[in-house]
Design a protein around this ligand. Sequence first.
Ligand SMILES: [Ca+2]
Ligand SMILES: [Ca+2]
Length: 237
Amino acid sequence: MALLSGAGCIAVLLALVAGGWVSLPLPFGPATAPTDHHEPSPTPVPNTPPRLVFALNVTTTPTLVPVELNASLSRDAEGPIESYLWTIHKGATDGPVVATYQSRVATHPFAKAGTYFVHLQVTDDGGTTVRSGPFEAKVLEVTDRLPMGEPTWAPSAPTVGQRVDFSVHPTDVDGEVEQVRWDLWEADVPASAPPLASGRGTAWSFTFSDSGAYRLVLSLTDDDGQNAATTRTVLVG
Ligand SMILES: [Ca+2]
Ligand SMILES: [Ca+2]
């Protein structure tokens, strides 16, 4: 009884006074708790979105070198990251998509020069998806490769009055060679002076009227506007 007080105590006393032990519901206490009472269910923990952390291993690269896209540091508080989606956009953060990957780490060799914007989207195991915003893209500058070509001529040791046939088989690993230009100067004349002779195309012929050393410059221009010049000396006997 010492533990009872208030209305509960009064109810017990009234029962005793009435002449006997009767079971009376007490208004409080564990033995008489209302039967429709339920323990409150635990508050559901909301699924927090995954946290995007991603990087490229370079910020500038020549074409055709594999660039690593790495999302290994992306995390989710509740569990594993279920899926990854990389999108590589050309020219703008929402530019045309040139490639997509669905792995945590991916490598992409960029075939053409330009500015690229790399976005990542991840989904956690609760189905919550997060994508990088317009200003969160990783920006990559891809530079063009120069066209290449080794000039040759025949005969290799020409003499005065002999026709010399120049030729080249130019290549551009990330595009097309669009212009081939030949220029000849006497060796001691600066390149700022007008050339003795000029020609275009992968094959060109010239006949020297004086013996001596000549400077031959082969200029190649690719479809990206890149220009590569090769200088050789032609000796005319
Ligand atoms: Ca989550
Ligand atoms: Ca090129």
